[in-house]
Design a protein around this ligand. Sequence first.
Ligand SMILES: Cc1cc2nc3c(=O)[nH]c(=O)nc-3n(C[C@H](O)[C@H](O)[C@H](O)COP(=O)(O)O)c2cc1C
Ligand code: SF4
Length: 485
Amino acid sequence: MWKPPQKIRWTTGKGVVPDVATLRTSRLFAPLQVGRLTLETRTWVPAMVPWRADDQGFVTDNVLDWYGRFAKGRPAAIVVEATGIRDVPSGPLLRVGHDRFIPGLKRLVQRVHDESQGHTRLFIQLIDFLSIRRRPERDKFLNRFLAITPAHRENLDLPETTPDAQIRTLLGGLDDDTLKRVLSLREWQDLTIGARERVTDTHLPHIRELPDILPDLFTKAAIRTQQAGFDGVELHYAHAYTMASFLSATNTRSDGFGGTAENRVKLPLEVFHNVRKAVADDFVVGARILADEIIEGGSTGSDTQFFAMEFARADMDFLSLSRGGKFDDAKQPKMGDAAYPYTGQSGYECMPQFLSDEFGPIGRNFAATKAIRMALKKAGYDMPIVAAGGIHNFETAEGVLLGGVADIVGTARQSLADPDWIAKLAAGQGDQMRTCEYTNYCEGLDQKHKQVTCKLWDRLALDEKDVALSVDNKRRLTAPAWDAE
Ligand SMILES: Cc1cc2nc3c(=O)[nH]c(=O)nc-3n(C[C@H](O)[C@H](O)[C@H](O)COP(=O)(O)O)c2cc1C
Ligand code: SF4
């Protein structure tokens, strides 16, 4: 992963631990209306893919245990990981692209309800993504994947009649610098990083048709989640995936869905309107977007303020703000691996680590989030805003709320490090909480599509009765019980 050159070592701690009386009057433990639902507190576990689904995308016992464990700590809301809306194979990523996924998702809703005794609201993040290939071997790419074009003949000074096979042989004999000059930039990227579809590939019918098919796909998926008993959905409009790419300033589609910010927000709004119309009034519909893409030529705060205003005008129930996490600046993967959108600078900004610059891993998205929330407030909109990024104890969480950054605090890695931290605070035992150290060990597992665990607890109490272990048999899959540590 990209790291800032300064490499300053940051540490975290419990901060000032409040007593129960202080907590009762805190903003963090004050209820909040989101759409027609009430969250009991402002605590929220954002989406985290833990690689627990089976290869067909079904809920497994490990999925139930993962979310059950978070629910035991009674956050006001959990957002279930990015869940695919299409009925296509996607490896061990949860899916909701067909009715056959509903029974498993129902069990998930029930488990969270049981473990939290009805205190935790459950949302699910709906995702669409385009295809991405692994980085190919040079020979394979030049002989099988590359489509020979007139530009290759021209760049090699060859007559138009030169057979493709001869051109492939010639390309195979070139050194990298010369090959780079002969190939187009896109072909060079396909070779050195791996081919990846973009929303701007409108010469491909299935990409051109995205605006026609996505509203229906998202809507049907949302209806299924409602049938499964979820309290709402978070439309995934962030990071490296299809809808974020429509919002991106790099989206140059010329069919009315790219170019200006007004055009780029058109499809995300259409998806939202379609979903909203199809679900019950008390079913929450929100979205996650990027406050800043952190890529060259990408959307920045002013674009996002415009998008946020449009979503608020459309009566969206909440907006969760993330940062970066793009393919555009991802590191070159190893041969045979696929690019991972959290390896470049934009990835660092999404999940910053303890080795950091003078700004550290805490609150890198706060200023941008606050600016968006303030712009909304000024325009008369009260749509709740969820902040995330380095919030790890009562002090940082309360600071976010009192400082006007957001209405809800999202704690992804902190909740993974200690799923009971909120329950511990509520019980007046905040001094027992374990704080995330922002090592990104968990994120490294995610990158390899390995079952995600936290380094602070995955080797503890391994001899506990019935403890579920990772496939390598070395790590426990959920945090030990609070009293078992
Ligand atoms: C293992 C892991 C998986 C993640 N998966 C998702 C995801 O599915 N969808 C999403 O929007 N963000 C995902 N994120 C990003 C988090 O939701 C969050 O925005 C980020 O970790 C920063 O917040 P934090 O500092 O509280 O961890 C993931 C993060 C981690 C560590
Ligand atoms: S492994 Fe644990 S301590 Fe390290 S970043 Fe992830 S949640 Fe935090």
